[in-house]
Structures are given as C-alpha cells and as structure tokens.
Write a new protein. Sequence first.
Length: 482
Amino acid sequence: MAAAVPLILLLRSGANTTVVEAEPLPFNFLRAQATSFPVRIDPSPEPPAPMVRFAFPPHRTRTADRQSVRSTLNSAGAFMLRAASVTVASHPIPEWLRARYHSHAVVSINCLLFQYWPAGGRVRGSRWFRIESKKTFAPPKEVHVQVTHSMPPQKMEIFQSLDGWARDNLLLHLKPVEKCWQPQDFLPDPASDGFHDEVKELRERAKEIPDDYLVCLVGDMITEEALPTYQTMLNTLDGVRDETGASPTAWAVWTRAWTAEENRHGDLLNKYLYLTGRVDMRQIEKTIQYLIGSGMDPRTENNPYLGFIYTSFQERATFISHGNTARHAKDFGDLKLAQICGIIASDEKRHETAYTKIVEKLFEIDPDGTVLALADMMRKKIAMPAHLMFDGQDEKLFDHFSMVAQRLGVYTARDYADILEFLVGRWKVPELTGLSGEGHKAQDYLCTLAGRIRKLDERAQSRAKQAGKMPFSWVYGREVQM
C-alpha cells in the first residue's frame, strides 16, 4: 500500500540570503542526510507541523529573474525529493500523519510546491512553482490510498460455487475465433495491387475529420490499447482470477477469451489512425506505453463484487462512446470509419451483457452484499480505465481529452448518469426486499443518484462553455477547443 504526500516549500529571496521552508512532514530523518547539500538547517520544534528551513547564498544575479529562481528551486528540490523519500518501516512517522494513511503505507514525496517572494518580502509579487519528482515508471498523478482483499473469506465460496453457472451462462457470450471479425477485414489489403489506391482513398476521407474528433478517436484507441492493464485488473479479483495463466475454470477462460476479443479493437483503430496520416503516431505510442506502465486505479479492492460492477459500467460506457464516434464519422462522410466504430461498439454491448448478468446473479444470491457494493463503487465514483493517461507533456491529459469528448457528445456526464440509471433498473435495485438497515440506505442512495448527477452536469455544462483551447500532442500540438 502506498501513499504519496506533497512537500510544500516556501522560498524567499532577500538581500543576503534565500530561505526555503518545508512542511508538513517530520524532518528528523532529513537532517541526518542534509550533509550532502550545502545548506544551513533550522528546524522548528513546533508540532504537529514540523518545519525545516534551508538557507542558501544570495543569487549571484542582481535581479532574481524567473530563470535563476527556477534553477535554485530545482537544485533544492532534487535534493529534497531524494532525501525525503522514506518508508514507515525505517523512519518514525508522527501520529498526526500516520492517522491519514494505513499503518503499513509507504509514504513518499511526490512534488514540491515553491512560493517565491522578490527581495523585500512583498507577497503581492509572489510566484508559485511546482516541481514533480521524476519517477519514470510512476503514474503521472496521485492514486488513492489502496485497500486490498476487502471481500470476507466466506464469500469466496460463492464464486467457487458459481463456476458451473459461469460455464453455462457466461461463456456463451463469447464468439468462436473463426466467426469473429478481424482488423484486416476493414483495412486496405497490403497484398492487393490496389493497396496504395485504397490507402489514398482512406486518407482523402480522413482529411474531412476535424481535430477535436481525432482527439476523441485517439483517446478511445489508447484506452483500448491498454488491454494488458485490464486483464491484470481482472486477475487481481479474489475467487475468479486465473491462478496459473492457463486455468480451466470458467472464470479464467472468460477472462482470457474476453481479452482476446478486446485485443482486436485497439489493433484496428491503431492501424486506421496510422494510415490516415493525420495524427502523431509517436506521441500516441508514447501515451500508450505511459498508460500501460502507470496501470489503473479502479478501487475494486480485489473484490469481485466491486470488480464486476466496475466492468459492467465500463463496458456500457465504451459501447456508448464507440457508438457515438460511429455516428460522428458518418456525419463527416467516412462510412468505413463509422463501420469500424460500430463493429467495436457491438462487441462492447455483448460484453456488457455478460458482465451485467454476473452482477444480476450476485443480486439473486446476496442482495444485501451486492447493493452495498454497488453503492460503494458509486460513492467512490467509477474511474475511467485511462484516467492515468499521460503523453510525457500534459499531466492532465485525460481531463482535457474528457472535456473534448464531453463537448462533442462522445461521452458525457449525462451518459454516466444514464448508465447508472440503466444498471439500477437492469438489476431491479428499487424492487429489492429483505435488506439490512445499511442495505436500505444504499438502495435509497442509488435510486436517487442519477438525478443528482444530471443536476451537477447542467452546472458543469455552463462552466464548460467558458473553456478555452488546449494543444494536443496527438495532433502535432494543434489547439483544440475544450
């Protein structure tokens, strides 16, 4: 379990010295390591927010311009990030901090926030700087404090007993490989004499596609390409994971075959976008690598109740998203692209049916536990699979991509509410009886939540109209309306 904690530093530049103040972590361990950096340390003894001050020589330049300030901050920041990365096992953490995180959490410093005052200490002219720790293989933004294996051991028996049910009711939603479409069915045939003409025709059609739609299409493709993460996530779920890599249980067979079917989606969209010549494939490929390396944080807690609720929601979300991109492609005159997005959407619909059937069975067997699990997931909010998306430049890339998708109507907050409403009806949540007191509260919460989300969406829509433009590396840095 890991938790990243921000380290806040205040830098003040005066006539004789530059002072950096750091809080709110304990720095007794930092003092012991500070000898490697030429600083004077003046720790404050006041709990519960210990502080340490680092005093530097004054700037050599007469004017502390932005460049010299940033250079000083980076020097201090690099040292502090190295020195302040600690583990609970090797360094004492005070109770005020320990209470915020699990006792076995690894606490690390993820960023530095600097505030600089020009000589004279006037706050009016202050500037904020942010320096991130350079973790090549870490997510670009914070993940939640992790909870693991939250399902009671006795409920493992439910899923073990359902293996026969899954074999009879789940696997029928898979298609035999020989009857499945393949990406090549929708792309120019490289062995054909007319290959180059077909590619030219494809590129001509793609010229009519606007950048904002391309951003949505690329975002959808990148989401599909992070498939290794999704199979990994399914194999974290207690009671249904593939224990060997080739397990014959129905749950494991489903996970492998589902992954194999999904694998065609990213392949097809990737090849299509490559052939259009409209997008920066290297930036897209970097984004995919970053995303797979970052993983995802669905907050499913190794719990198959939560996991299958999550997949039910997500399969319907991708069905809606690909369906909407198909309609847009048709409007832009690219009927082949519309066909591509439509065939992917049909797969997602079939997978949605399978996952919702699992949760329906859980409601039949354990209505109280399942309604509590559904309420838990909705309170935490369903995180999109690609929420840790990063291209090496934009740390809020997923948020910006989502804003474009919201504006175009590819996937919106209203869709989120509609999905919830659909699932609540599909699983007959309002009709549940025999619930515990907590179960009744969860039922009431779920039956009114979609309406509340729609009201919030109306407010968000009015704010979104004021959004500006943002450059996207996927389309060679061209600006796209948010």
